[in-house]
Ligand binder design. Structure first.
Ligand SMILES: NC(=O)C1=CN([C@@H]2O[C@H](COP(=O)(O)OP(=O)(O)OC[C@H]3O[C@@H](n4cnc5c(N)ncnc54)[C@H](OP(=O)(O)O)[C@@H]3O)[C@@H](O)[C@H]2O)C=CC1
Ligand SMILES: O=CCCC(=O)O
Length: 293
């Protein structure tokens, strides 16, 4: 199977490499073209524009940073829309809001193409290992045609119905994750300031009812103030913002998520946006009132 791949950031690069390793033909494009080099060394071809990739491939996957990137790659000059046509499928795996996804879907459908949104849960390592959880919605026939690729990229795929449902599910999941990250950070600070050993707290959590892979994976690095990026904090803040907007739309009160969003915003203002989202720990550690008594 031959696929196009637009966007070779942390996730896109890992996913495209994974497809290559499993025998897929992959034509890649990235805004910063130099990032294609490593993929070419592994057997990928390069397209100079999104339009070129769409013209060449029956199926094209996108993994881009945010709504503005997704819209730009679709609608700008040399973008996807110039070449999408009947018989071609476009699969957007970026995390965006339902409105953005619907705009993309409408534009593609008008030109006779097929659209599937398929954001993913799971980060850099699951992307490298093909262990993502795929939250697809949109054109069911395209979902079925993409199963061979999804089976390589993920450990489980969900088909959630109409366009927007995948985006919403992803935002709900990441809203919970962002709130949990703040809770973990506060817990580590509280343990430390109460003269408890932070690693012992993590050991206790691992055996408790609230044990979860994120605490286990991120906790030890947070104790060391190591925030090497797997999931950039700027993207987590984008997801909190979009999830809170979904809450507004549906009149759902989310004070916990709103507080977590403020911490992520503060972290961005401190220049921590490109670090891992666990770097919110630096905000919690230095918050007024959490210092000496
Ligand atoms: N990292 C993670 O753990 C996860 C991330 N996600 C989501 O996946 C998406 C990608 O994440 P990730 O790979 O981490 O992000 P990165 O920041 O590492 O990569 C972002 C990609 O988007 C491209 N891009 C940004 N702005 C534009 C633009 N205006 N026009 C064209 N291309 C653009 C970048 O190109 P360039 O190289 O030129 O900057 C790069 O290829 C995001 O929506 C994120 O929320 C989902 C699950 C997990
Ligand atoms: O959107 C990013 C999700 C990161 C994760 O699921 O670990």
């Amino acid at each position: 199977m031959e696929v196009g791949f637009l966007g070779l950031g942390i996730m896109g690069k890992a996913m495209a490499l994974n497809l290559l390793r499993h025998g897929f033909g992959v034509t890649v494009w990235n805004r910063t073209l130099s990032k294609c080099k490593e993929l070419v060394e592994q057997g990928a071809s390069v397209g100079e524009t999104p339009a070129f990739v769409i013209n060449k491939c029956k199926y094209t996957i996108a993994m881009l940073s945010d709504p503005s990137a997704v819209l730009s790659v679709m609608f700008d000059k040399d973008g996807v829309l110039e070449q999408i046509c009947s018989g071609k499928g476009y699969i957007d795996m970026s995390t965006v809001d339902a409105d953005t996804s619907s705009k993309i879907s409408e534009a593609i459908t008008k030109k006779g193409g097929y659209f599937l949104e398929a954001p993913v849960s799971g980060s850099k390592k699951p992307a490298e290992d093909g262990q993502l959880v795929i939250l697809a919605a949109g054109e069911k026939a395209l979902y079925e045609e993409m199963i061979p690729a999804f089976n390589v990229l993920g450990k489980k795929s969900f088909f959630l119905g109409q366009v927007g449902n995948g985006a919403k599910m992803k935002l709900v999941v990441n809203m919970i994750m962002g709130s949990m990250m703040n809770a973990l950070s506060e817990g580590l600070c509280l343990a430390d300031r109460s003269s408890l050993n932070e690693q012992t707290l993590l050991d206790v959590l691992e055996l408790a009812a609230i044990a979860n892979p994120m605490f286990k994976m991120k906790g030890p690095a947070m104790i060391q103030s190591n925030y090497s990026p797997a999931f950039p904090l700027k993207h987590q803040q984008k997801d909190m913002r979009l999830a809170l907007a979904l809450g507004d739309e549906n009149a759902v009160s989310m004070p916990v998520a709103a507080a977590a969003n403020e911490a992520f915003k503060k972290a961005r203002s401190m220049g921590l946006g490109d670090l891992d989202f666990s770097a919110v720990h630096e905000v919690v550690k230095t918050a007024k009132g959490s210092g000496e008594a």
